[in-house]
Design a protein around this ligand. Structure first.
Ligand code: TYD
Length: 204
């Protein structure tokens, strides 16, 4: 893998998505070829699975398997070829989201998560993961302000989101060289300064 693989993570309402395009443009200004994508999704099949995952109630293990099925397709069609060409891939969520949402939020057995992770991408891990963290009440307020229909995950209760947050923090604790915590409860400008610094130190 010659390219760089950066993933963005965080609870719903952490505001990570607004920074994804900004980081891509910043890297392009340094002459890098950047591919921006997201999970679940990123391929034609993956986007169809996303629609199902975000809207249709299903068994926890079905949900987990579909997340990983979409991921396998995404890696095969888009992520691995781009990395092999030496490009940068920025992905809005990846397997840490499965660890946090299906594992922390819904209680999926950790051994099952680890087997699927090993099966689907034992050979590929993000170069860097930016974990946007902020207190739950601030995130919930941001979601409440969004005037759109909430998806199945956003509609979950506060205790679900608190478990997701704790699982993300635990995952970061276990992977300190890959996962960098970003305090998402600050201005856009301050967050951008942090991203510039972390990405330059870690990847450039
Ligand atoms: P999100 O990335 O937050 O998109 P948007 O900004 O458009 O709302 O939405 C994806 C949702 O899918 C999010 O609530 C988390 C959930 N999700 C999982 O539960 N497990 C996963 O493995 C992934 C990738 C996402």
């Amino acid at each position: 893998m010659n390219g760089k693989f950066i993933t963005f993570e965080g609870i719903d309402g952490a505001g990570k998505s607004s920074h994804v395009e900004w980081l891509a443009d910043w890297l392009r200004s340094w002459g890098k070829t950047v591919c921006v994508t997201r999970e679940p999704g990123g391929t034609e099949l993956g986007e169809k699975l996303r629609t199902l995952l975000l809207n249709d109630p299903m068994h926890l293990e079905t949900e987990t398997l579909l997340m990983f099925a979409a991921r396998r397709e995404h890696l095969a069609q888009l992520i691995e070829p781009a990395l092999a060409r030496g490009e940068w891939v920025i992905c809005d969520r990846f397997s840490d989201a499965t660890y946090a949402y299906q594992g922390g939020g819904r209680g999926l057995d950790r051994g099952k998560f680890l087997s699927l992770e090993q099966w689907v991408h034992g050979h590929v891990q993000p170069t860097l993961t930016l974990l946007f963290d902020l207190p739950l009440d601030v995130a919930r307020e941001r979601i409440a302000l969004a005037s759109r229909v909430l998806d199945r995950f956003e509609q979950e209760r506060a205790d679900f989101h608190e478990r997701v947050r704790q699982a993300y923090l635990e995952r970061a604790h276990g992977n300190p060289s890959r996962i960098r915590l970003v305090d998402a409860n600050q201005s856009l400008e301050d967050i951008r300064k942090v991203l510039e610094k972390v990405v330059s130190t870690h990847c450039l």
